[in-house]
Design a binder for this molecule. Structure first.
Ligand SMILES: [Zn+2]
Length: 136
């Protein structure tokens, strides 16, 4: 396993938006839509960075981003149906949006947090699994 070359925070964010490893830019860091692979297949980066609660930062980003997108989509639906919206439809669409949007954005928010975390703390012991005992 090799260490990822130094990159800027913007590059890491762009890689995350493209669902690529924020550290090296390779594909394959997603096991499936709702789960990251245990390691990047290219650089070996552990998406949880060796911390069992690493998902909490992604949760905060997911909450803010998903609910913002849900509100914006709901406002678009309201504007499209104006001046005579079906309030029953608007009620159910709001419920569906707040449930489905976090699922739709999950891999993006998870990788965005990883990109931000890698920018704030570039390389830490445990990132590549070569020194896993540091956090135990
Ligand atoms: Zn990688």
């Amino acid at each position: 396993m090799t260490d990822a070359s130094p990159t800027s925070g913007i590059t890491r964010l762009l890689r995350a938006f493209h669902l690529r490893c924020p550290a090296c830019g390779a594909r394959g860091i997603l096991a499936h839509w709702l789960q990251l692979a245990p390691r990047c297949p290219s650089c070996g980066l552990r998406p949880d960075r060796g911390e069992p609660d690493h998902f909490l930062g992604a949760y905060v980003i997911s909450l803010g981003a998903a609910e913002t997108v849900a509100v914006l989509l709901w406002l678009v639906l309201l504007a499209l149906s104006w001046p005579d919206p079906s309030w029953t439809f608007m009620q159910w669409s709001a419920a569906a949006l707040v449930v489905l949007t976090p699922v739709a954005l999950y891999p993006f928010t998870r990788l965005l947090f990883l990109a931000i975390d890698l920018t704030a703390q570039p390389r830490r012991p445990g990132d590549f699994g070569d020194d896993e005992d540091v956090y135990r």
